[in-house]
Design a protein around this ligand. Structure first.
Ligand code: MLT
Length: 409
């Protein structure tokens, strides 16, 4: 028999969201009449904005003409999109990013999963706890960790606890690491890293030769005066990579488009001690493994920045953030303690009555027919917490709040 990658065997049996679906489907089968409301995985529900649909249609029509047909596109994105992103998301907001520092992809999940490939196979890694599981699992698959302990923590990874006591903002790692994953607005806690904290991270990374992998997939949901990009901080160009996505922002979870920003100044070290451009390695990887996002999807992403597209997309974001506020207000009345939900589409709540995260999951499913995400699925420090997503239709969200309230009453 062929030998397989043993490191996969260290992983918990299932990825978090399929495991939630499995439990939900089992409950549905046993209770066929139950009308389950899903506020678990953060998946958008509002239809595609008209301007985006129009742009996609036009791009498809263009491809159906002899003069407009295109085959393979550039692996890292068409110039029209890279230029639009650099101008709108960075330059117009006072941040220097050039179009060729934008690498267009099919999703931030893939980008944040794949980025570790260009680091040394024994590179050291720090992650927050709780954490978006992709950062951890992909490093486990790559063999950068030992086995998991009974709390699910892998040997060799440095975990940075995010607790109620520290405002869910992690302390700096105790030792230098090659890469550290930060997510702001945070999935799952919904907390945004403020400017002074980001400055500490940038100073630390530069002093220690570390690279910050900054996941800003939810930055459009920020409603307060908080940083949207790590590149708002001086010096970040020498120590950070940023991930951004159209998935939640513009309803692209099924369409797939995202991008990663790698400044030209960012360098790593090879095994002989020489400096190597990080962007160059990422481009090399992309050109080998990817043929780019489809032309109609890139035209659709471009339309997100048009005047009409911007308004339509903002209306959808406002809709989800109103859901978040309703969840926060509704849960406050039940006496539950909540966090997040103001600058992110996720509400992070403390489970009541000492229930653990999966016990609360089961209780909500059984009594309220509402599905959320158990905090322990995001790490040991997520135990005793629970995440509700604000990505739902208004009437479903309102119904869920009522049902949760009566199930607790
Ligand atoms: C989540 O619910 O955490 C997200 O939908 C996961 C993802 O974006 O991959």
């Amino acid at each position: 028999m062929a030998r397989l990658n043993d490191h996969y065997l260290k992983l918990a049996a299932g990825y978090l969201f399929p495991e939630i679906s499995r439990r939900m489907n089992a409950f549905s089968e046993a209770n066929p009449g139950a009308d389950i409301i899903k506020l678990g995985i953060g998946d958008v529900v509002l239809p595609l904005a008209p301007t985006i649909r129009q742009a996609m249609h036009e791009a498809i029509d263009e491809l159906a003409t002899p003069e407009g047909f295109r085959g393979y596109g550039p692996s890292e994105g068409y110039d029209f999109l890279r230029e639009t992103i650099a101008r709108n998301d960075y330059v117009d907001r006072g941040v220097r990013i050039e179009p060729d520092e934008i690498h267009v992809s099919d999703g931030s999940k893939c980008d944040s999963a794949n980025i570790q490939e260009i680091f040394a196979s024994d590179a050291t890694v720090a992650v927050t706890d709780p954490v978006y599981p992709v950062y951890v699992d992909t490093n486990v698959m790559a063999g950068r960790t030992g086995e998991a302990d009974e709390t699910g923590r892998y040997a060799g990874l440095e975990y940075l606890p995010c607790t109620r006591e520290n405002g869910f903002l992690p302390a700096l790692p105790e030792r230098p690491v090659d890469m550290v994953y930060l997510c702001s607005p945070n999935n799952p806690t919904g907390v945004v890293t403020p400017r002074d904290e980001l400055r500490k991270w940038v100073d630390w990374a530069r002093a220690n030769g570390s690279i910050i992998l900054f996941d800003a997939a939810y930055e459009r949901f920020i409603t307060e005066d908080l940083p949207h990009s790590i590149f708002e901080i001086d010096g970040a160009r020498e120590c950070a990579i940023e991930f951004r996505s159209f998935s939640k922002t513009a309803g692209f979870t099924g369409i797939r488009c995202a991008y990663i920003v790698i400044p030209k100044e960012l360098e790593g070290r090879d095994s002989r001690g020489g400096s190597v451009s990080v962007a160059q390695l990422w481009s090399r990887r992309t050109n080998t493994k990817f043929n780019g996002v489809s032309y109609p999807v890139q035209r659709a992403a471009e339309a997100v920045y048009s005047e009409a597209g911007r308004k339509e997309v903002q209306a959808n974001i406002d809709y989800y953030m109103t859901n978040a506020r309703l969840i926060l207000d509704g849960l406050a009345k039940t006496g539950l303690t909540t966090f997040g939900g103001v600058n992110a589409p996720y509400v992070w709540l403390k489970t009541p009555n000492g229930l653990d995260s999966w016990q609360f999951f089961d209780q909500l499913l059984e009594k309220a027919h509402v599905v959320g995400t158990p905090g322990s699925g995001f790490g040991a420090h997520g135990e005793g917490y629970f995440r509700l997503s604000a990505f739902g239709l208004r009437e479903k969200v309102e119904e869920a709040i009522e049902r949760i309230s009566s199930s607790l009453g």
